[in-house]
Structure formats: structure tokens, C-alpha cells
Ligand binder design. Structure first.
Ligand code: ADP
Ligand code: MG
Length: 219
């Protein structure tokens, strides 16, 4: 469960102060699949990063799996992120000089993560990329790249997946595949919070919330 309590996030840009999030309150329960929608610049990515403990809010709290994220030490928070969160981005964030196997094993760099190679083979098989393990990202299609990114997010067995427009660069067929993987993660007890623009994900979500200029719209 993730509880977002009265979160405010201000950015100081050169010209003006931007209020990216304006007193956001939200509870996401275990095994929910929550969609976040809203226009570009409405604060979706900022909210996702704060929910994952990757960005500090200006004020407010996030209680995730009973931990008050921003009162933890930096080290404890990074441990929490490593163990509990899988992050997926629109642009995949794969390292171009590493092959697929190495990209999926990247979380091994973190002290608290110990990935077994058998688990990589298993997950690659489930995601249909088992025959791509020795390819470089540049040799993959968009859909394959995103499945590699999903594998890397899932390999640490997180309880929460935070996905920022994960289907933004994908065609309909690949979008539906990614949504199906996210749904099976959720059906197995995982929690998904996903930012999206289109409406292909609507039937996958257990709930949709709308952000408008940093404010949560009542639905
Ligand atoms: P969305 O993901 O909905 O497009 P963002 O969360 O990325 O929106 O951004 C929300 C607002 O905060 C925007 O006005 C954006 O310009 C601003 N913003 C985001 N990150 C920064 C930053 N690092 N510095 C200054 N302003 C930022
Ligand atoms: Mg964004």
C-alpha cells in the first residue's frame, strides 16, 4: 500500500516557481492497478517519482509498505527502492553498450540485490525475449526493448511497479502485450501505478485518477 499525504512539490526554475504538485492525497492499495492521466506538465511524472522515493517532496509524506519514505535515511530509502519498486519508462532506459542479459541483471549492482541467472532465463522466457539475450538494445524492436525493461523491473521481485508512459512509444499490439504483463503482475498480488495518455489501458485499470495542473481531480 502507498499512502500519499498532502504532497506538495515546487520547482524553482529560472523565471518562476512551478507548483508541480499541489496538496495531493491518494491511497493505492495492494494489488490495485491505478492509471494516472492528465495533460503534459500536469505533474504525473513528478508524482510517480515521489511515490517511488526517487524525488523528495517540498512537503507532505509518502507511507509505502508501512515506511515513511522521506523520514528514512538515504541508505534505507535506496534499500526500499531496490527491494520494493520496479520502474519502467517510456524510453526504456536500457544501457546501449550492454546486451539484454546484462541489462536485465543491472540491478545486481545494488548491494541488496542478488539475481540468479536461472531467474533471468525464466523471466526472459515469460516475456518472449529468451532468444534475444545476447542482442544489444539497438538490435531490438521497440516492443522488445520495453519487454527487456519490464524484465529488469520484475527481476528484483518488487511489490510495486511504477510505469511512466511505458507504452508511449509502442504500437497497439505491443501496448496490449505490455498491459497484459502488468496485469498478470497485478493479479499475482503486485501493485501497479501507470501514467498513460491513450485509452487502451482503461479496461486493465482498477481505478483511474486525473491530474490537472498539479491537482487531483475528483472523479
Ligand atoms: P507530466 O509528467 O505530467 O508531463 P511533470 O511531472 O514532468 O509533468 O512536470 C510537472 C511540472 O513541473 C511541469 O510544469 C514541469 O515543467 C515542471 N518540472 C518538472 N521537473 C522539473 C525540474 N526538474 N525543474 C523544474 N521544473 C520541473
Ligand atoms: Mg511525464
Amino acid at each position: 500500500m502507498i499512502e500519499v499525504k498532502n504532497i506538495v512539490k515546487k520547482f524553482n526554475s529560472v523565471k518562476e516557481k512551478v507548483i508541480a504538485l499541489d496538496h495531493i492525497n491518494l491511497i493505492v492499495k495492494k494489488s490495485e492497478f491505478v492509471l494516472i492521466k492528465g495533460e503534459s506538465g500536469s505533474g504525473k511524472s513528478t508524482l510517480l517519482f515521489i511515490m517511488g522515493g526517487m524525488l523528495n517532496p517540498t512537503s507532505g509524506k509518502v507511507i509505502a509498505n508501512k515506511k515513511d519514505l522521506f523520514s528514512l535515511s538515504e541508505m534505507e530509502r535506496s534499500k526500499y527502492r531496490a527491494n520494493e519498486i520496479g520502474f519502467v519508462f517510456q524510453s526504456y532506459h536500457l544501457l546501449p553498450y550492454l546486451n539484454v542479459l546484462e541489462n536485465i541483471m543491472l540491478p545486481n549492482q545494488l548491494p541488496e540485490i542478488h539475481i540468479q541467472k536461472e531467474d533471468v532465463y525464466k523471466i526472459a522466457d515469460e516475456l518472449g525475449i529468451a532468444d534475444r539475450l545476447y542482442h544489444k538494445p539497438s538490435q531490438l524492436s521497440a516492443g522488445e526493448k520495453q519487454r527487456v525493461a519490464l524484465a529488469r523491473a520484475l527481476i528484483t521481485k518488487p511489490s510495486i511497479i511504477l510505469a511512466d508512459e511505458p507504452t508511449g512509444n509502442l504500437d497497439e499490439k505491443n501496448t496490449i502485450e505490455v498491459l497484459n504483463y502488468l496485469r498478470s503482475f497485478q493479479k499475482n498480488g503486485g501493485t501497479v501505478v501507470m501514467v498513460t495518455h491513450g485509452n487502451l489501458a482503461d479496461t486493465y485499470a482498477t481505478r483511474t485518477i486525473q491530474l490537472d495542473k498539479g491537482k487531483l481531480q475528483k472523479s
